[in-house]
Design a protein around this ligand. Structure first.
Ligand code: PGA
Length: 253
């Protein structure tokens, strides 16, 4: 059975106090208002993981994610954070391959593969991001582009490893721009992703993989997006920083 997931990627936003306020507001809204079967994930910046995690641990619906992880296990890697460390403070998920990390931190397919391995080895679940830039969409090359991203980082995983993976499709032209993919554009890409996954792994695993949409998702468009057959939820940036908006998106299922 595919999990329905709404994950909030806070990126590099909020102070410590603000982060605690945000998560406790979300926690209360989720407890009071969310009745459906949905997994809620929050991904705060590294320094707030442990404190935010204390709140999410008290709520069965809520889970903790990190925004990044080192591909290394431990050692002399100044500034890096390992999967073991993330696990030890209560993280269950790790966002891997976000377009901002690919772009600003030059993370390539091989690095992302190593991060996937390191994450899964610690029993954490990767949220693997893919998505095309505008010029690839305009050139009608978006399927090939995303297919290659999936193949280049995921295809070397075993079926058992792949079972842990959540995929997020985030067209770069829709991230933080206010320009959302139409529900039809999202559905056709999600169906394509699922088909590609079924070629790399067993068909049942591909069928059961949650594929999230990300890119200017908000309370006004979430219902339409989430109603698509192959859209199993969202990875939310800007709108996850406001508790009311985030809770309304969660309730869009
Ligand atoms: P956005 O970001 O919702 O602000 O467009 C989504 C993301 O980058 O995960």
């Amino acid at each position: 059975m595919r999990k329905r997931i709404v994950a909030g990627n806070w990126k590099m936003n909020k102070t410590y106090e603000e982060a605690l306020t945000l998560v406790s507001e979300i926690d209360n809204m989720v407890k009071d208002e969310v009745t459906g079967d949905v997994t809620v994930i929050v991904a705060p910046p590294f320094p707030f993981l442990q404190s935010v995690g204390k709140l999410t641990q008290g709520n069965d619906l809520m889970h903790l994610a990190a925004q990044n992880v080192s591909e290394h296990e431990s050692g002399a890697y100044t500034g890096e954070v390992s999967a073991t460390m993330l696990k030890s403070v209560g993280a269950e998920y790790v966002i891997i391959g976000h377009s901002e990390r690919r772009m600003y931190h030059h993370e390539d397919a091989q690095t992302l593969y190593k991060k996937l391995k390191a994450t899964i080895a610690q029993g954490l679940k990767p949220i693997f991001c893919c998505g095309e830039p505008l010029e690839e969409r305009d050139a009608e090359n978006h399927f090939e582009y995303v297919g290659k991203q999936l193949h280049d980082s995921l295809s070397y995983l075993s079926n058992e490893e792949f079972d842990q993976v959540v995929v997020a499709y985030e067209p770069i032209w829709a991230i933080g721009t206010g320009r959302t993919a139409s529900s039809q554009q999202a559905q056709e890409m999600h169906a394509y992703i699922r088909e590609q996954l079924s070629r790399m792994f067993d068909a049942e695993a591909a069928f059961n993989t949650s594929i999230l949409y990300g890119g200017s998702c908000n309370p006004g468009n979430a219902k339409e997006l989430f109603s698509q057959e192959d859209v199993d939820g969202g990875l939310i940036g800007g709108a996850s920083l406001k508790s009311r908006d985030f809770a309304d998106i969660i309730k869009s299922f």
